[in-house]
Design a protein around this ligand. Structure first.
Ligand code: CP3
Length: 445
């Protein structure tokens, strides 16, 4: 059910068509009923562990970690200590049987599919990177950012670093949106403190020849990195990602970061034929790049069209939507959830879900209960705490996070995240505390 009308009409009035409201209420009631059934089942399994449906994959004895509660505990493992997993039997604070659910039953993937979850899953965009002292230390010793993205051991290490600190429900591959551009031969570099810079920008028809197709062999270094991550992560999903067509085009046309993307828009308005030819090539590259990640084991993909919020809905529909749609359609057969995110995209949320995403990411400018009205029915939401809130005292962080969780309850599925990436000056301890708070505050039952 496409809801252009609700995007344009009801978003402004705040009212919701009666039919849509009824459907939403029925879905919410059904979801509550399933949560109750799952709680009854969990209680039954705690009493009769031999009835467990999931394979018992690990046995642990030892004190349950801080914050554990009957029915759930944290599992400690050198690589990823302390994730919530269902417990078959617990005795006092000693866990005697741990059962790991398969990845596809992880809270993150369940929320993407809009299924009931034991707690609201959480991860942070840019959870790896400069906010972590161990990242800065690992990068100091080594090569450029792009070379790091092409070194499997380093990719694995940098992807896992945040999971050792935070009880997040997903890992995101350590890479960058310009990695596939480099792989097809574009002279792109990532300059510290600046971002991607392109040697020869793409502005004319003849420049398109430099954007050849992406051969999977050109990003073959991703395969060992993703394989070892999947093995290491167990039931925690790994998110693969790529840049959205507008954002990639903006770096190529501008030659680097730009506040208002004037040159990009000049090309889009002035030469629609060249614009669509450019976006069609970028779309092919993006599809191939995401397919490599999924084939290697990524269990969800996020398309970051970070800078597309600079467009009006009409221009987005004509200039970008057909290309994003093609990315999501091409990935549909893989069965992995597809997430879609951009900054300042409040007016585009309906169109971004129309492009075919299962989950739409929301920045902090639109509250999640309002975002629910703007996206299509059947879409989960991700977001949307302002990353700058994390620089305020903990009481403020907690109160704002609680508000995000409470507004997120209006969504058919909610994944807690920031409204954009972690700021480099963020204290990692605040993020660790926030991930725990999200789990505790949202725990069902
Ligand atoms: O933890 C993670 O989120 C995984 C890693 C990740 C990076 N880039 C690593 C990175 C992800 C998901 C990205 C995506 C990305 N890259 C986006 C979309 C997300 C967003 O923030 O909107 C965009 C627009 C880029 C392009 C890019 N690359 C920018 C704007 C920058 C930052 C420039 C700077 O130094 O401030 C980069 C560099 C980059 N990508 C870094 C990291 C860890 C910093 C590199 C360093 O260590 O110097």
């Amino acid at each position: 059910m496409k809801n252009e009308a609700s995007q344009e009409g009801t978003a402004a009035s705040g009212a919701e068509p009666f039919g849509a409201l009824a459907v939403r209420r029925i879905r919410a009631a059904a979801r509550d009923a399933v949560v109750l059934l799952e709680q009854l089942l969990a209680a039954a399994l705690a009493a009769r562990p031999e009835l467990l449906a999931h394979p018992v994959t690990s046995l642990t004895a030892g004190p349950a970690a801080r914050g554990s509660r009957p029915g759930w505990t944290r599992w400690s493992h050198a690589a990823r200590p302390g994730r919530w997993i269902p417990v078959g039997v617990s005795r006092g604070c000693e866990t005697i049987i741990c059962v790991t659910a398969p990845t596809k039953e992880s809270p993150f993937l369940r929320a993407c599919r809009r299924q009931p979850v034991p707690h609201t899953p959480v991860w942070f965009m840019r959870q790896a990177g400069r906010s972590l002292p161990e990242y800065r230390a690992a990068r100091k010793k080594r090569k450029s950012m792009l070379a790091a993205c092409m070194t499997p051991d380093l990719v694995t290490e940098l992807t896992l670093q945040p999971l050792r600190r935070y009880h997040v429900d997903a890992a995101i591959l350590f890479s960058d949106i310009v990695v596939p551009l480099r792989a097809v031969g574009v002279d792109v570099d990532i300059k510290p403190g600046i971002g991607p810079v392109i040697g020869k920008p793409v502005r004319r028809e003849a420049d398109l020849a430099r954007l050849r197709a992406l051969e999977p062999s050109a990003v073959s270094y991703l395969v060992p990195a993703i394989s070892s991550l999947v093995a290491e992560l167990g039931s925690t999903p790994l998110i693969g990602f790529a840049g959205g067509p507008f954002t990639l085009a903006s770096y190529l046309v501008e030659g680097g970061p730009s506040k208002n993307q004037e040159r990009t828009k000049a090309l889009m308005y002035g030469d629609p034929r060249l614009w669509h030819a450019l976006l069609a090539r970028l779309t092919d590259i993006t599809i191939a790049f995401l397919q490599v990640q999924v084939s290697a084991g990524a269990s969800a993909v996020q398309l970051f069209d970070s800078w597309v919020g600079t467009l009006s809905p009409e221009d987005y529909r004509a200039a970008v939507l057909p290309h994003s749609k093609r990315v999501f359609e091409a990935l549909a057969g893989t069965g992995v959830p597809r997430l879609h995110f951009g900054v300042g995209t409040g007016e585009l949320l309906g169109l971004m879900s129309e492009a075919g995403a299962d989950v739409v990411g929301v920045d902090w400018r639109v509250s999640l209960d309002e975002a629910v009205r703007r996206v299509e029915i059947g879409t989960a939401l991700q977001g949307n705490l302002d990353p700058a809130v994390l620089l305020a005292p903990w009481d403020v962080v907690r109160q704002r996070a609680r508000d995000v969780l409470s507004r997120g309850r209006a969504a058919e599925g909610h994944i807690f995240n920031l409204g954009h990436g972690v700021l480099p000056e963020t204290d990692p301890d605040t993020l660790a505390r926030l991930a725990d708070f999200v789990h505790e505050e949202s725990a069902r039952g």
